[in-house]
Design a protein around this ligand. Structure first.
Ligand SMILES: *Cc1c(COP(=O)(O)O)cnc(C)c1O
Length: 468
């Protein structure tokens, strides 16, 4: 971008637009003359929309990468990214397992129809209740330390007599099913085991009570090379464990598959121009605090890049190793959005220019990113869509906290928003909509509305998701 492009961006009080990619269901919904209003009136407050058919599309896209690369692969949905039972059902119906880390998540996954055998249990120092559920249901447990290995081993010998169940992701025999979670070399993560601990674990495992099926890791960030390189070194670990007689079949490379929220040009323009003048109270997040909202190689394409990296896929196939992934955010890409109604609007000035501050019928607890010293950047859509002139607009929540802002930045809305307009924040299913929500101010936790396709003018049928 040249200087002429930059200067207006730096002097204006209006942030650069960040229009999100839209899935076809979102286009249909926004174009529908009455559906959004009907739902808003029936629900009587803020709500989230979930479109599980898109989860199915995302699952299939990952499965196609496995098939295309000729590797055996398994998907375990990282459940903490969204509690909706509709997502679990989509997993059960489309051949994906679920990655859980609490007894509540475990039970919710079973209730949604996922077999115990198709559950992966992760997290540090798991509760006895969770380990016991896992052993009884023959779930795969990613062991985080030696103490946990001993506790699972005790449960494994107790439950081994119950025989085996068979799920869609592979077979099983006696003993509690386990992976050993690896602390990546050089990492300061609190999760996983060091090389010495792994060596010790391999000598301690009693094959009658623990069925060691492989190794796992989960990395921060979105780097292809880091994941491929670590997976590659763990092929040797798999061979070593097989040499000791363990039935090792699986290497889990965790989650962290990127999501592409906005086009490259918008993201570049935002990063080039971002400065405190764009934000209410001049309160701009640190430049390096943003999620990378443009991801050139997202989700399934990132999996393909990992498998291509130094022929990792070929080497896994040659070694007879099944690769597991635990995508959370990426499985929810474009599968949900969050709808607020405008309750009031006032005009203020900043740096000599007028702008609007909206208050909506919900709080920023529904946009988790706002609570990580950052900002959720995909722009909300103002509905109904009508022509007008661009209006720089911040969005506040209905609580009494100054901090409760859904958008500190002044978004270039296409017209001035008025009371009763709807604001639809896009692509919120992954982590935004329900990790931080609470009944703060005695406001109910916003319901999730599940959309299903129907033919004809109605376009969609909707129902309330079962409670979380
Ligand atoms: C959170 C988590 C995931 C999911 O991560 P995403 O970034 O949402 O893909 C997967 N595995 C483990 C162990 C996790 O803690």
């Amino acid at each position: 971008m040249g200087l002429t492009g930059l200067q207006p961006g730096r002097s204006t009080i209006t942030a650069a637009p960040m229009p999100a990619h839209r899935d076809e269901w979102e286009e249909r919904l926004l174009a529908h003359p009455t559906l959004l209003r009907d739902i808003a009136e029936s629900v009587g407050g803020q709500f989230h929309l979930m479109y599980p058919a898109r989860v199915a599309v995302n699952i299939k896209a990952f499965q196609q990468v496995f098939a295309g690369k000729g590797v055996v692969g398994a998907i375990y949905y990282g459940k903490k990214a969204n509690k909706s039972p509709a997502v679990v059902r989509a997993c059960a119906e489309n051949g994906a397992g679920v990655d859980v880390s609490s007894a509540g998540e475990f039970r919710a996954a079973l209730a949604g129809g996922v077999l115990g055998h198709d559950l992966m249990v992760t997290g540090p120092a798991k509760s006895q209740e969770l380990l016991s559920l896992a052993a009884r249901h023959r779930a795969l447990v990613a062991i985080d330390d030696l103490d946990e290995l001993a506790r699972l081993s005790a449960l494994g010998s107790a439950h081994g007599v119950l025989g085996s169940a068979h799920g869609v992701l592979g077979g099983a025999q006696g003993g509690a099913r386990a992976l050993l979670r690896v602390l990546p070399p050089g990492s300061t993560s609190r999760f996983g085991m060091t090389g010495d601990e792994l060596d010790l674990a391999l000598t301690l495992i009693d094959a009658d009570s623990i069925r060691l099926e492989g190794f796992s890791f989960h990395l921060r960030g979105y780097a292809v090379a880091d994941r491929a390189a670590l997976a590659s070194t763990l092929i040797a670990r798999c061979r070593e464990a097989r040499g000791l007689g363990h039935p090792v079949t699986t290497l889990s490379i965790g989650g962290g598959f990127g999501v592409d929220y906005v086009p490259a040009a918008a993201w570049d323009a935002f990063r080039d121009g971002v400065n405190p003048r764009w934000f209410h109270s001049d309160r701009a997040p640190q430049p390096d605090s943003y999620y990378p909202y443009h991801c050139p190689v997202p989700g399934p394409a990132m999996l393909a890049a990992i498998l291509d990296y130094e022929d990792l896929g070929d080497r896994l196939r040659a070694a007879g190793i099944r690769i597991a992934i635990e995508p959370g955010r990426a499985l929810l890409d474009r599968a949900g959005s969050t709808v607020f109604q405008v309750q009031g609007a006032k005009t203020r000035t900043a740096h000599g220019h007028p702008y609007r501050i909206l208050t909506v019928n919900g709080t920023s607890l529904s946009l988790s990113e706002q609570w990580f010293d950052s900002e959720y950047l995909p722009d909300p859509v103002l509905w109904p869509q009508r022509p007008g002139s661009v209006s720089p607009t911040c969005v506040g929540g209905s609580s009494c906290l100054e901090e409760d802002m859904l958008s500190w930045r002044r978004i270039p809305l296409p017209r001035p928003a008025v009371t009763d307009d709807l604001l639809i924040y896009p692509n919120t299913a992954g982590y935004q909509m329900d990790s931080n929500e609470s009944a703060f101010h005695d406001q109910p936790i916003p319901p999730k509305v599940v959309l299903h396709n129907v033919t004809g003018e109605r376009c969609f049928e909707w129902e309330l998701d079962s409670p979380n």
